[in-house]
Design a protein around this ligand. Structure first.
Ligand SMILES: [Zn+2]
Length: 238
């Protein structure tokens, strides 16, 4: 499959017969090949994850379907596309032809997506992350860690081809808590569960954060599975 990093948490995954677009908000969407069904995902309504511009992708093509988190209201979807849209809550499973989508609850708003399509398994976290902050009270941070671990539990033992995981420099010392727990939970190791490639996201264009993680995790067996994104529009074949 071919993966293009668009911006922030926005990625395009081109599979054999299907194209998946996740959390587009800004940046250039590559030219989409004809003859492949396009599924557009938005994990929640925050402007850095959902831009109504995505509805323009349906201009001039019929094979588009929108998979939106339930917190993006129906009224935000153009009338003409209502039949090509599904709104999913957390803990749901939705199937259409070649694609199965499972949703996880987010620690922020909306959902995370686990998508099986064309023989590939992809996980897009949305804003499901361990959002601990130095300025928050200890109780709040403890509750966050507990919630995060509970919500992400469905990934235990799962094999994924690609996982899109937040690595947010604004969290300062806490930046890697979510990713590190994901690696622990879904350890690729001998069981071959976990993700073959991990695409850090939600970096606010500060890709140095990926280098920082590599420096601070010199012995992690996951090192060669972390994709070193360096700019918008970069593509990766895997
Ligand atoms: Zn966000």
């Amino acid at each position: 499959m071919k993966i293009t990093y668009i911006a922030h948490s926005g990625f395009l995954a081109e599979l054999d017969h299907i194209i998946l677009l996740f959390d587009y908000y800004q940046g250039e969407i590559p030219r989409l090949p004809e003859g492949k069904m396009l599924y557009v995902f938005a994990s929640h309504r925050h402007p850095d994850h959902f831009n109504p511009e995505v509805f323009r992708l349906a201009e001039g093509r019929e094979d588009v379907f929108y998979i939106l988190s339930h917190d993006i209201w129906k009224s935000r979807v153009p009338e003409s596309l209502q039949d090509q849209t599904v709104h999913l809550k957390a803990g749901e499973e939705w199937k259409q032809g070649e694609i199965t989508v499972q949703t996880l609850r987010s620690t922020d708003e909306g959902v995370a997506f686990l998508v099986q399509a064309d023989g590939c398994m992809l996980y897009h976290a949305g804003d499901l992350n361990d959002w601990r902050w130095d300025g928050e009270p200890d109780d709040w941070n403890r509750a966050m860690a507990e919630k995060f671990r509970r919500y992400i539990e469905p990934l235990r033992g799962r094999r994924m081809d690609a996982a899109f995981i937040p690595l947010d420099p604004r969290q300062e010392a806490n930046y890697a808590l979510g990713l590190d727990y994901f690696l622990l939970l879904a350890d690729y190791g001998e069981a071959k569960s976990g993700a073959e490639k991990i695409y850090p996201m939600h970096c606010w264009d500060d890709y140095g954060i990926i280098g920082r993680w590599l420096v601070e995790h010199p012995d992690s067996p996951a090192r060669n599975r972390i994709v070193k994104i360096s700019r918008r529009g970069e593509t990766f074949i895997q």
